[in-house]
Write a protein that binds this ligand. Structure first.
Ligand code: ADP
Length: 206
């Protein structure tokens, strides 16, 4: 909201100094520093020493096309990295390294979601002093129904909000399968903070 206000001021009154903008908004110059930095970096405004900030005329609509809510998980998901529920902690740690991932999902024999293992879950188990060759992952994993999920049909924006809100690094992408009264979740992919970063860069470079 504040960046929009600043932009309007620069559009109508520019070139204008940072101090003058601050005065108009009843704020200190320091309080505006990060907003002005973002507007400058986004190339919506430019600044010249002793002249001030001026609008560079880039179309605001262009920014709106970066709509993460129009992109679906199906467009951006990665392949799932899973271990079976009877795998050992040792196996899971090896998988973490060989597959170069931060989160592993735990599945049943028939590939239905049972749990999740994060880097720190495995680190904690490794520090616990037990024999990791004997310790099954289902003792240490976060298990269903606590797992936060996404589906191929969900928007990237909504899944990204889940990552932030629940403070996790990755979501399993699942196909929901109803069998009578029971619902099962077949793991078809993973969606992580890396997917968002990649998408952000692709959109920005476009
Ligand atoms: P780390 O533990 O390495 O910081 P996370 O923040 O992703 O990584 O995980 C925090 C905790 O949440 C871990 O105990 C992990 O088992 C659990 N977790 C990981 N992914 C999910 C998920 N999609 N839904 C629910 N819990 C999760």
């Amino acid at each position: 909201m504040r960046q929009t206000n600043i932009l309007e001021i620069i559009q109508t009154l520019g070139p204008i100094t940072g101090n003058q903008i601050a005065e108009k908004l009843n704020l200190s110059r320091a309080a505006l520093r990060s907003d002005l930095a973002i507007l400058t970096m986004s190339k919506l405004v430019s600044a010249k020493p002793k002249v001030g900030y001026y609008f560079t005329g880039r179309d605001l609509q262009q920014l709106n096309t970066m709509s993460f809510d129009a992109i679906l998980i199906a467009d951006t998901l990665s392949s799932p990295i899973v271990v079976r529920e009877n795998s050992t902690v040792y196996d899971a740690i090896v998988t973490l390294f060989t597959e170069d991932v931060g989160t592993i999902f735990v599945v049943s024999e028939d590939n239905f979601l049972e749990g999740a293992l994060s880097r720190k879950d495995l680190l904690k188990a490794a520090m616990g002093g037990k024999n990791n060759n004997d310790l099954p992952v289902n003792i240490i994993m976060t298990r269903m129904p606590k797992i936060i999920l996404t589906t191929p049909e969900e928007s990237v924006l909504s899944a990204a909000q889940k990552l932030l809100y629940h403070q996790v690094d990755a979501l399993p992408v699942v196909k929901i399968i109803k069998e009578g009264e029971t619902t099962k979740y077949q793991v078809v992919g993973r969606f992580t903070k890396t997917n968002i970063t990649r998408l952000f860069v692709q959109l920005a470079e476009k």
